[in-house]
Design a protein around this ligand. Structure first.
Ligand SMILES: [Ca+2]
Ligand SMILES: [Ca+2]
Ligand SMILES: [Ca+2]
Length: 453
């Protein structure tokens, strides 16, 4: 019953001309060159001869050789339903991926896995794009934090933040309330957060509400009680200027070099005070993409890393909702630390790059960048027939070599599983399907990457 052909027939892939019918593919080096080798050589020569930035040569020039081994697994086909987020968690019975839409599902990590509904669905209830795993009680089992919208009308719907607990022997998870959000429109992004004040560590989550407000919620002594909400920042004054209306994307890290967890969202970064349980944060704009591209210009995917090894953390941003999306690294300017950051353009003309992961894939100690395109992005942007998954290998000095890891499997909000061993990188995502796109099916796909030594 569960043979690949039977399964592929069930989901209709064997009839698809758009996607390969292989559900598990291992790729090796030397595939999928898209541009002439001479163009690559010219780009690299231009970088080497003093431009020192690939933006001065040809952003996005493709390498012919793939520096990693790639194994693709189609974990599950979830149907016509919209599933925008997927989260890796350590479950009671081992690693699992939870997916959120109008239902809350979980799947084991294997080809053609069968999803299990872990909480009863209800009419006019949906789960947010934003979600994260966090071990609330420190018992080695990850709980799921997610936004929950109750009501069909976004103007009047109730926005809750909840966490779900999996208990041994129970398929149905236990729901706990974190709190309600005063704004409408479910959070696009939620991430674990912690702060240490006078030796005491506070844990919780950070989130963007209505793409205009940033909060963090602190876990109380009894995590089953409502969590304490702290305001990080109000981005509405910038919205009122007609710029950066829909700030999305979220990453946490030490941007100010004070040993605290700062937050970046949209085109802004929030500088953490000494005591974020009491003191105000300072909001800075690092990027002007919003002013150039209207409301969609502030819907980014974001990561942080010290890409050039100088001890200062950079912001990596991808324009998530454009079919001419840019990928850039932003470096804080020591001469103007609270002004716009210096942009190094790595690529352009990406189709809705709504997935961004920064990790050292090649094993040389330098963080590399993985970017994934959507199938049907930009809300009403035309679909792309061949979305791609790109790898940008860090060459030092903020220069990168670009390769195509895979194609034809669009991704949205790609995540990386933590704690993998032996240099293995495990990334996964559900595509985002909207009802107005015909003949589309949401799928959950994973890739295992290993350095090709
Ligand atoms: Ca736990
Ligand atoms: Ca750096
Ligand atoms: Ca690397």
């Amino acid at each position: 019953m569960n043979s690949p052909i039977h399964w592929l027939s069930e989901i209709g892939l064997v009839e698809s001309a758009e996607r390969p019918a292989d559900f598990l593919v291992v790729r090796d080096m030397g595939l999928r060159s898209k541009r002439p080798v001479c163009l690559v050589a010219l780009a690299l020569l231009s970088c080497w001869t003093g431009a020192n930035r690939c933006e001065a040569a040809d952003p996005g020039a493709l390498e012919t050789a793939l520096p990693v081994r790639v194994e693709r697994t189609v974990v599950a086909q979830l149907g016509r339903e919209h599933f925008a987020g997927a989260v890796y968690r350590r479950g009671v019975d081992g690693p699992r991926i939870a997916v959120m839409g109008s239902r809350l599902l979980q799947v084991p990590i294997q080809p053609s896995a069968t999803p299990t509904e872990v909480f009863p669905s209800a009419k006019d209830v949906s789960y947010s794009n934003g979600a994260c795993a966090i071990d609330v009680k420190g018992d080695g089992i990850d709980e799921l934090v997610v936004g929950k919208t109750i009501g069909a009308d976004l103007k009047t719907a109730e926005e809750q933040i909840v966490w779900y607990e999996e208990l041994p022997g129970h398929q149905r998870w236990t729901e706990h309330m974190i709190g309600e959000l005063p704004e409408r429109y479910s959070p696009h992004d939620i991430a674990p957060y912690q702060a240490t004040v006078s030796g005491q560590t506070f844990r919780g989550v950070v989130l963007g509400s209505n793409r205009r407000m940033l909060y963090w919620f602190r876990i109380p002594a009894d995590p089953a009680q409502p969590w304490t909400r702290h305001l990080i920042g109000d981005l509405r004054p910038e919205v009122a200027k007609g710029r950066s209306a829909e700030n999305s994307g979220l990453a946490v890290g030490d941007l100010a070099g004070r040993g605290r967890q700062d937050v970046v969202s949209g085109n802004f970064w929030a500088e953490c005070p000494a005591d974020p349980t009491k003191e105000s944060w300072v909001i800075h704009r690092y990027c002007d993409w919003g002013s150039q591209n209207g409301m969609w210009g502030s819907m980014n995917q974001l990561e942080m890393a010290d890409l050039d090894g100088d001890g200062q953390v950079e912001i990596v941003a991808a324009e998530a909702e454009y079919k001419e999306g840019r990928l850039a690294v932003f470096s804080r300017d020591a001469a103007n630390p609270n002004g716009l950051w210096k942009a190094t353009l790595l690529d352009k003309d990406l189709y809705c790059p709504h997935s961004l992961v920064v990790v050292d894939v090649t094993g040389d100690g330098r963080p590399d960048i993985i970017v994934g395109e959507m199938t049907a992005g930009g809300w009403h942007v035309a679909m792309t027939p061949h979305p791609k998954l790109y790898l940008y290998v860090n060459q030092g000095h903020l220069t990168f070599r670009k390769s195509v890891l895979d194609q034809d499997w669009g991704v949205h909000m790609m995540q990386m599983a933590p704690g993998q061993r032996d240099g293995k990188v495990f990334i996964f995502a559900a595509d985002e399907i909207q009802e107005w796109y015909p003949n589309s099916t949401t799928h959950l796909v994973a890739w295992t990457l290993r350095a090709a030594f």
